[in-house]
Design a protein around this ligand. Structure first.
Ligand code: 3PG
Length: 209
């Protein structure tokens, strides 16, 4: 039986989404996130070195690390080999979900419509990523989608900033909130780990209020 994403996240309600162009920055990034109080992170498969970034994050030991932007079965396998503890996708894909289930890997598929949510629920995925949350209509959209599906939990992601956090986190259907605002490409390019720590701490503080 595959552990649910909720037990893997261990109560953490903030999920930093990381796209790391230079794997050499990974350790410093993990340090900054952990110092800010983050307990988990999602490393996206959008860069050449994503597996190396994942491995280094896992080796750091301070965070529960998942793989993001996973769109193929092969990426599920590579994520698992690199030590990922969960897999997030931008959309719903039967093959990705099936491979995760075969490997015992918690899967969080992305959904943007009721139809996609129904597919995810039928496949046994009760926690989904609402993506891209803000362009879709934010909390209003989330509430409207959640109403007919009380068994569903959401990780809204996409266009979310710190100012949106409190209202999302107050909603019972929201398991956690994901986003890149805590550690952006610009922060990494500048080597601004103090700002990453500060933004992470602010988000984590808000999530525990
Ligand atoms: C993702 O892959 O989850 C998104 O790119 C994160 O969205 P954001 O960059 O708008 O926070």
């Amino acid at each position: 039986m595959t552990a649910g994403i909720d037990s893997v996240l261990r109560g953490s309600r903030i999920l930093p989404v990381l796209t790391v162009p230079d794997p050499a920055t990974t350790h410093a990034l993990a340090e900054a996130l952990a110092a800010g109080g983050a307990r988990c992170a999602e490393v996206t498969f959008r860069t050449q070195g994503a597996e190396q970034v994942l491995e280094t994050m896992v080796a750091h030991g301070g965070l529960t690390v998942g793989a993001g932007t996973v769109v193929t079965r092969g990426q599920v396998e590579r994520a698992m080999a690199a030590g990922a503890r969960f897999v997030v996708s931008p959309g719903y894909d039967d093959e990705v979900v099936a491979r995760c289930q075969e490997l015992g890997m918690p899967a969080v598929p992305g959904i943007a419509t009721a139809t996609e949510l129904m597919r995810a629920l039928r496949a046994g995925c009760h926690t989904v990523k609402l993506f891209p949350a803000e362009p879709l209509g934010g909390l209003r959209m989330l509430r409207a989608l959640a109403a007919p599906f009380p068994q569903a939990r959401f990780i809204p992601t996409g266009g979310i900033e710190e100012r949106h956090l409190a209202s999302y986190l107050a909603d019972r259907a929201v398991l956690a909130v994901g986003g890149s605002w805590m550690a952006t490409a610009a922060h990494l390019e500048r080597g601004d780990y103090e700002e990453i720590r500060r933004l992470t701490a602010a988000a984590v503080d808000r999530s525990t209020q």
